[in-house]
Design a protein around this ligand. Structure first.
Ligand code: DC
Length: 225
């Protein structure tokens, strides 16, 4: 039997990572968070004082010096930038924006695409991102497009940041999210959009548990087919 691949795409804060992680644990699939890879590149740029929205050439020049590795252990996916574990640092709000900015650069996408495909080749995966069903794994056995209203996504993300002790405000989180939604869905290559053969799951008004259950049922039904 071949491997079974689930692609989960959708805008920021739709609950992709939480839901994908829970489903992967139950199914014993490897969970791959591709956003973390873009975040690591964004972090590398910010550390070099590069503005990834404007200094495209500088990001491109930096790329050969950016080595990204991921590991999967008890804590789930951890991400390393040139050997340093940056799993926490990449969650800072300014890195979210930098990640969205670097993700518009073709050379960045090219580099990460190879890494993403090579991981998915070997094993059953649930991979989340923006272009998994459309570009990275167009032959995925199941594609889910997870979404929710921007108000609800911003509120979820704001609460998450508060829990982690990262200072922010609801308005700033919502503004950043709208900026990323626009950036991610209007860019030229691999924009955020549902694959034609995806199942759309709108979690507005649903609790996390309800959303996990919903997605888990979709995966189970698809595997039984
Ligand atoms: O999933 P996330 O919020 O951690 O992703 C951060 C940014 O990375 C997102 O705003 C756009 C980019 N990204 C992408 O372009 N393609 C992906 N497959 C995953 C993320």
């Amino acid at each position: 039997m071949g491997t079974f691949k689930v692609a989960i795409d959708g805008p920021a804060g739709a609950g992709k990572s939480t839901i994908a992680k829970a489903a992967a644990r139950q199914l014993k699939f490897v969970y791959i968070d591709t956003g973390a890879m873009y975040r690591a590149v964004g972090l590398a740029a910010v550390r070099e004082g590069i503005n990834p929205n404007t200094d495209i050439k500088e990001v491109e020049a930096l790329l050969p010096k950016v080595e990204i590795d991921i590991s999967h252990g008890d804590k789930g996916q951890e991400i390393f930038l040139n050997g340093e574990n940056v799993s926490k640092e990449i969650r800072m709000p300014e890195i979210s924006v930098a990640a969205s900015d670097v993700s518009k650069i073709p050379a960045v996408r090219q580099k990460l695409l190879g890494l993403q495909r090579s991981i998915a080749e070997k094993t059953d995966v649930i991979m989340d991102g923006r272009d998994i069903g459309t570009v990275v794994l167009p032959d995925a056995e199941l594609k889910i497009f997870l979404t929710a209203s921007v108000e609800e996504r911003a509120m979820r993300r704001y609460r998450e940041l508060c829990e982690k002790g990262i200072e922010s405000s609801f308005d700033k989180v919502k503004r950043d999210m709208e900026y990323r939604d626009k950036n991610d869905s209007e860019r030229e290559i691999a924009p955020l959009k549902p694959a034609e053969d995806s199942v759309i799951v709108d979690t507005t008004g649903k609790t996390l548990d309800e959303s996990v259950e919903w997605v888990f049922n979709i995966i189970r039904e698809s595997r039984e087919k």
